[in-house]
Design a protein around this ligand. Structure first.
Ligand SMILES: *Cc1c(COP(=O)(O)O)cnc(C)c1O
Ligand SMILES: [Zn+2]
Length: 558
């Protein structure tokens, strides 16, 4: 008894003044108050809910099985790669170690491009096809552009993908492999969005409106439908659908939880569910405007113009109205906003991978780090039914696949105070966090010697080598890197080795780090006395530096 899509009645309702207008995909805001977030409302008066639920059992898995509540009139226009219908995996080892009895992981890594942005892509690109759009501009920290690039390739739509330079190179390459025009902006994500909008306007090309587009929220809500159906099968013997007590997600712009919240609300309105889940909104500490505002009890967030996280996926500094919607949700239905540091996120990635066998991207690591904190704080109780959005996994694209012109760059850094973080920073930071990697700082003015030592160490694997060519630079690297070993020369321009050693020994943060002195200098009795008891090993720099030399260095490591 499902309604036919060609008789589907869709209206848009302003989230602020509740004015309703008929669904026109070109609409750009509320005609009455100007609010630009409008929510789709479906006239389902002809839909018999029980009949619909029964008919769903006959349909194949995937997001389009809920097409009656998606903003497409003709399913002929659907651009699909088999997205949605991701498994809801019951956690075993991780749940046990957290003392949780009902921890479920919604494995969105299993989408066609490895993140839950595939949902957004299939709905948005299908809607564009229905409108006859053939060229599109999108700004993204990575995953939206990758998903859009794949679906645009399939739909024959040309895509211009704007990335902030913080986005990992691997992600840009992945979008490029699908034929997207990749434009790297040296600036923040918020600046990238602005530039993309200007570009689209100048060129007269359709601009993806992100969270302000009906398709995005509608797409994300399908996660709620799937979760309710899957939990029903899991916990209610398939007799009815069920809400979790918690839905957790690492958040940037907030599209996921807003969509999921809308999905649960619809199901409650349809009488399919009787309970709304609480939301755990988790942000990266270096870019947590929502968490900070929530902590101050404020409904309006202060934008972070200078995000300090290497987790590009979560680097939306200005959440705008999305935060208000989530704040209202949490006030009404419960939940919390918390943050986790990059380091906590990387640790959580290892814990999840080693306990439940799931390897996730850093943004998802933030989610799990948040889960750990919420359990520890007693916010999440042992018997709560918890669903975590396992939002993404990245698969690097081999560099050889692309030609040299795959990317264009725009540098905004001259007139901005935003720091430029290294493009490959994600990977090197991950390595840096890896506890088995030993960090070694080499302070040496002879570049050849420094390079040789570091090459031998790196060839052996398991060592992260940092070099400085005089003592002052050495100290500042040692302070920030906290190495396992310092190798220093004595005679250098600027601050010499003796001074460096004194500085380290008088600083609590550095005085335990073993020091190896490598010198070509014949030491005087006075100099030997000065070093005595301060250093762990003295190596006379002979004519060559070889494996044996390095062996004696690393023997000092443990
Ligand atoms: C986009 C994204 C997020 C953040 O999602 P929002 O709901 O838009 O804040 C988290 N994790 C991954 C993997 C993402 O791609
Ligand atoms: Zn309005």
């Amino acid at each position: 008894m499902a309604i036919l899509d060609n008789t589907k009645q869709i209206e848009l309702e302003c989230i602020y003044c509740h004015t309703r207008v008929s669904f026109d995909k070109n609409i750009s805001g509320c005609p009455k108050c100007g609010e630009n977030i409008l929510e789709a409302r479906y006239d389902l008066s002809e839909l018999v809910v029980d009949g619909w639920l029964a008919s769903l059992k006959q349909r194949k898995a995937g997001l389009w099985r809920y097409h009656e509540v998606l903003p497409i009139y003709d399913t002929q226009n659907v651009v699909s790669l088999g997205e949605g219908g991701t498994p809801l995996i019951k956690s075993k080892a991780l749940a046990a170690s957290l003392g949780l009895n009902n921890l479920y992981i919604k494995d969105e890594r299993q989408g066609p491009t490895g993140s839950f942005k595939d949902r957004q892509a299939t709905v948005a690109i299908s809607a564009l096809r229905e409108m006859g759009v053939d060229e599109l501009v999108v700004a993204s920290t990575g995953n939206v552009a990758i998903a859009y690039a794949a679906y645009c390739a399939r739909a024959g739509i040309k895509l211009w993908a704007f990335f902030p330079s913080l986005a990992p190179g691997d992600k840009m390459r992945e979008a490029a492999v699908y034929g997207a025009e990749v434009i790297k902006i040296t600036g923040t994500y918020d600046q990238t969005k602005e530039l993309a909008a200007r570009f689209a306007k100048t060129k007269g090309v359709f601009l993806d409106k992100g969270i302000k587009s009906v398709a995005a929220i509608e797409a994300m809500k399908t996660m709620a439908y799937e979760i309710a159906e899957q939990l029903g099968n899991e916990l209610e013997g398939g007799q009815r659908w069920r809400s979790p007590d918690w839905f957790l997600q690492g958040v940037s712009g907030g599209m996921g939880p807003i969509g999921v919240g809308k999905g649960f609300r619809e199901m409650v309105d349809f009488g399919i569910l009787d309970k709304m889940p609480s939301m755990g909104i988790i942000q990266s500490t270096g870019c947590a405007p929502m968490v900070e505002a929530f902590g101050r009890g404020q409904r309006i967030a202060t934008p972070n113009e200078n995000p300090q996280t290497i987790i590009a996926t979560l680097a939306t500094g200005n959440p705008g109205r999305a935060y208000e919607l989530l704040y209202d949700y949490v006030e009404q239905f419960g939940g919390t906003f918390i943050s986790a540091t990059d380091e906590e996120a990387f640790n959580a990635i290892r814990v999840l991978a080693r306990s439940d066998g799931m390897s996730v991207e850093p943004a998802t690591g933030v989610t799990f780090a948040g889960l750990f904190k919420m359990v520890r704080a007693g916010i999440i109780k042992p018997d709560d039914v918890v669903v975590v959005n396992c939002s993404g996994h990245t698969m690097p694209v081999e560099t050889q696949i692309l030609d040299e012109q795959w990317q264009r760059s725009v540098d905004l850094s001259q007139n901005s105070k935003a720091p430029v973080l290294p493009e490959e920073g994600l990977l090197s930071a991950l390595e840096q966090m890896e506890s088995t990697v030993k960090r070694i700082v080499i302070v040496e003015d002879n570049q050849d010697a420094a390079r040789l030592i570091s090459r031998i160490l790196q060839a052996r694997g398991g060592y992260e080598v940092y070099t400085a060519n005089e003592g002052g630079e050495g100290i500042s690297i040692i302070r920030s890197v906290r190495p396992d070993l310092v190798v220093t020369d004595l005679m250098m321009p600027g601050i010499d080795g003796f001074t460096l050693i004194d500085a380290m020994k008088s600083d609590e943060m550095m005085n335990h780090i073993p020091i190896v002195v490598v010198t070509a200098k014949e030491l005087t009795v006075k100099e030997r006395a000065r070093l005595s008891g301060q250093i762990d090993l003295l190596l006379q720099k002979g004519s060559f530096i070889d494996e044996e030399f390095v062996e004696s260095l690393i023997s000092r490591l443990d």
